[in-house]
Design a protein around this ligand. Structure first.
Ligand code: ADP
Length: 643
């Protein structure tokens, strides 16, 4: 691109056009948000310049004062938002304003297109923020004139927001960016002084840089233009809590996150002591669309004595609290702090501990005071919180009361089950007489676990079972071995100890006979299935099913094993223990067949079938479905012939 040859035309990346039409369609009744978005971008640009200047003071000219200007022009019908921030080079203009940077956004837009669902647009737009393109809510053309810090060249980007944009050389006296909105015919409201004042007060009062509005004063024909600061220009978190209205807190959150929705909750605190710092932290209502993407950083902003240092500073909070957004402003860190320095700073460790505690307290308070909201929150972010049990077991005491699981108990306000979910405390309250442990079972879905044979005798006793369906549950359990003095017990593991009630003499005698009679069959089964199972035993947990596979102590649930194998490939197969129900007709028939002919080939077929059936019953895939199907057909044929 040569600067003399005039404008270069570029096509918007396909996703940009889609984001644009999404913004315009979903926010048409809320057009004024554009001002908040553009002011936020300017404020970020000022913060970035101030930060770069810490290392490179020459970037700031003598007498530099950061500010944002709003310049309405009632003749030209334009509104200009100008800042003297970091600015953009020609390359940045093309990239930042012509492409959608994040792959997650692309996916989201693709999904939206496929769904063709406009009803959800508003919800989705909240997930990825509105940003620069919201200017097209009120403008039919936008020019962006920008000069990057450290450069003496300026560039103009221009587009009607349809297919393409142009970039050409331009003039600009100082470093920074001017966004010129050519207002639509019906949007001239946004040239008016009162309207702009009102919007700044509502949306951007807390921006820590001055926002200057260009105003005209004097008689018609002799007006003079002057600049008036229309915001309070001190950072919101520095103000006393009681002077801040909820709406202002919410607007600040939207400014930080570009979230379209108000946050779920916040906590604002000043810590004095060995470390002095201020925190203003928020919990979002909804997970951002890219929350599950490990590449994407989430976190809070770090300021040092009101100076912006970095975005998404994940050193300030453990990763399992990565949904928290907000600001930490430290009085003690040096201004030229780098990520490396943060990583082994004692100051940061102290802050992190305090902040973690505050967030956990806030979560506890919401769980207590607003249980419905909390459950919705848990459904979005619970998986992240559970990671804390694994990575930071020292917080387990604070995390355990926050955890919610799906459960076998009926939903109902009177028994504390909400939408199928329970807390551990509520579980303990409901425990049956004689029950000493908290039972859980893991599997790929609630339906599969609920129907699995392992739970038969627990259900019969009226013992409740927690359903753990998330991959992280297995690891989270490491930090959650007991709750309220009750051990957590895997219903699918060998030896759950659920039959801790002593048997009476007749029962004992009966089960001894049973096991004596079954012993020969058990060894036959073990030799036929030697490749698949580590042992074969008589089950105490089955009532209706003939067999089930249980996990040896400390072993992995089958679905987790499959998951790890799919990811890493090299996990050696873990053999489980086959349990047989001594009272089941199939098992007694097998016992009799074995007594009739110990080497019976028919018996081998039955044993293999029984093993496959146990896999099916728990929702595991069969190693060889075709063999199963052949055996099954043969069995039916035999059954038909002999009856
Ligand atoms: P977001 O702010 O969420 O990244 P935007 O579409 O609002 O998305 O902006 C895209 C990018 O363009 C920003 O990340 C920033 O790099 C750049 N940008 C926007 N406005 C300005 C500005 N006033 N000064 C400097 N850079 C800007």
């Amino acid at each position: 691109m040569t600067e003399q040859t005039g404008a270069q035309t570029h096509e918007f990346q396909a996703e940009v056009s889609q984001v644009l039409s999404l913004v315009i369609n979903s926010l048409y009744s809320n057009k004024e948000v554009f001002l908040r978005e553009l002011i936020s971008n300017s404020a970020d640009a000022l913060d970035k310049l101030r930060f770069s200047a810490i290392a490179e003071p020459a970037l700031l000219p003598a007498g530099y004062a950061a500010r944002i200007r709003l310049i309405p022009d009632e003749q030209a019908h334009t509104l200009t938002i100008a800042d003297n921030g970091i600015g953009m080079s020609a390359e940045s203009l093309v990239k930042d304003l012509g492409t959608v940077a994040h792959s997650g956004t692309k996916q989201l837009v693709q999904q939206l297109k496929a769904a063709g669902d406009t009803k959800n647009d508003l919800r989705l737009i909240g997930q990825f923020g509105v940003g620069f393109y919201s200017g097209y809510l009120v403008a039919d053309r936008i020019d962006v004139i920008s000069r990057a810090a450290g450069s003496d060249k300026a560039w103009k980007w221009s587009s009607d927001g349809r297919q393409s944009f142009t970039v050409e050389a331009a003039e600009r006296d100082e470093v920074g960016t001017s966004v010129v909105l050519h207002l639509k015919e019906d949007q001239h409201d946004f040239e008016r002084e009162w309207r702009l004042r009102e919007l700044v007060t509502r949306y951007s009062d807390f921006i820590s840089h001055p926002i200057e509005l260009s105003v005209k004063r004097g008689k018609t024909g002799e007006e003079e233009t002057s600049l008036e600061v229309v915001n309070r220009a001190n950072a919101l978190w520095t103000r006393p809590e009681k002077e801040i209205e909820d709406a202002q807190y919410d607007e600040f959150y939207k400014h930080l996150t570009h979230d379209y929705e108000a946050p779920l909750a916040r906590t604002h605190f000043h810590v004095e002591g060995t470390q002095m710092f201020t925190g203003l932290l928020y919990l979002p209502k909804r997970a951002p669309f890219d929350f599950g993407d490990p590449e994407v950083k989430h976190g809070v902003r770090l300021y040092v004595r009101r100076v912006f240092i970095m975005e998404q500073c994940d050193e300030l909070l453990p990763r399992w609290l990565r949904f928290v957004r907000g600001v930490i402003d430290s009085d003690d860190l040096p201004l030229n702090v780098s990520r490396e320095l943060l990583q082994d700073s004692a100051v940061v460790r102290t802050i992190k501990k305090q902040v973690t505690r505050r967030v956990l307290d806030l979560l506890g308070k919401i769980a207590q005071d607003r249980p419905d909201d909390y459950l919705e929150f848990w459904k979005q972010f619970g998986a992240a919180i559970k990671e804390g049990l694994h990575f930071d077991p020292s917080y387990a005491d604070k995390i355990a009361p926050l955890v919610r699981y799906e459960t076998s108990a009926e939903t109902g306000a009177e028994n504390g089950v909400k939408d199928g979910f329970t807390s551990l405390a509520e579980y303990v309250k409901r425990m049956a007489e004689g029950q000493t442990k908290i039972y859980y079972a893991q599997g790929p879905s609630k339906a599969l676990i609920a129907g699995s044979p392992h739970l038969e005798s627990l259900k019969k006793r009226g013992y409740e079972v927690l359903y753990m369906t998330h991959g992280i549950d297995q690891w989270a359990l490491e930090g959650l071995r007991e709750f309220d003095g009750k051990q957590l017990c895997d219903a699918m593991q060998e030896d759950t100890g659920e039959t801790d009630k002593p048997k009476d003499e007749t029962e004992k005698a009966a089960s001894e006979t049973e096991s004596r009679e079954l012993t020969p069959l058990l060894s036959r089964v073990k030799s036929v299935l030697a490749e698949h199972v580590s042992d074969v035993r008589i089950s105490e947990r089955l009532t209706d099913s003939p067999a089930c596979l249980v996990i040896p102590k400390g072993g992995l649930p089958a679905h987790i094993e499959r998951l790890i194998r799919a990811q890493q490939g090299n996990l050696p197969e873990q053999k489980r223990i086959l349990e047989l129900n001594p009272k089941h007709a199939i098992v007694t028939r097998m016992r009799d067949e074995h007594a009739r002919a110990a080497e019976s080939p028919l018996l081998s077929e039955w044993i293999e079938l029984l093993y496959d059936q146990a896999l099916l019953a728990e929702g595991s895939p069969l190693p060889d479905p075709q063999r199963f199907s052949k055996r099954f057909v043969a069995l039916l044929q035999n059954a038909t012939v002999s009856s």
